[in-house]
Design a protein around this ligand. Sequence first.
Ligand code: APR
Length: 252
Amino acid sequence: MKKPPSGLITALKESNNLLVLTGAGMSAESGVPTFRDAQTGLWEKFRPEDLATPEAFRDQPQVVWDWYAERRTRISTISPHPGHAALVEMEQYFECFMLVTQNVDSLHQQAGSKNVIELHGNIMRSVCSRTGKAIDDEWIAASNDRPPLSPHHPSGLARPGVVWFGEELPTGTMNRATAAALDCDICFSIGTSTLVQPAASLPFVALDAGATVVEINPQPTRLSSAAHFSLRATAASSLPVIAAALAGYKRA
Ligand code: APR
């Protein structure tokens, strides 16, 4: 994208409160494999939807642990792209800026974003399967078990600190994200199909509450026709252009 729509820059200029929702498309441009892309080699015979569930972990904890271990290893070699950096830059221009991500790879935080809500958790963290309490990296590294036993409960195991299919999001995080959607002046929906609930509801909540909604996605989604601006572009090609245009106004 060479130039953002002028109406979008005007709207951003007049706004104090920005909400950004990101999904897998944001990370894909850094090379983070989506669930489907990750099904190579040993994992080809497994369906991701069958691995990322509490039932799979109960029935085959080692298989699920090993699958996540491989994803962690791949993600740890990946860096944020210019779209992540543009969101860091934009954060400083608004009184309120909330970044709600469905991604579990920490790329926003790695880039430097401060006000981030991880709706689906974080793949780099481990928690006790019985209590949900965080388990230190040192404890995990010191164990030869796959998965390691939990230090917090006699029958607990370490599990990835992510929200699995069929699990509820922690109420606090979704409440904070919904409050941000109700309050924002502008809501960006970036790299998400807006299909997976409850995250998918957030741009629609913002829309109903009167916010300007901006979608960035190379493909149309069910949000596209409702959004005020639907940019058919990738995150890394469009966000730096928007941040640069905004810098001219906000810094003036
Ligand atoms: N820039 C912007 N959007 C992109 C890009 C890109 N470079 N590449 C792909 N996309 C778009 C795709 O067109 C698609 O609409 O990103 C979207 C990704 O959609 P999903 O794979 O459904 O991802 P998401 O919406 O984040 O799914 C939510 O489902 O897979 C589970 O738990 C996982 O958090 C994830 C949740």
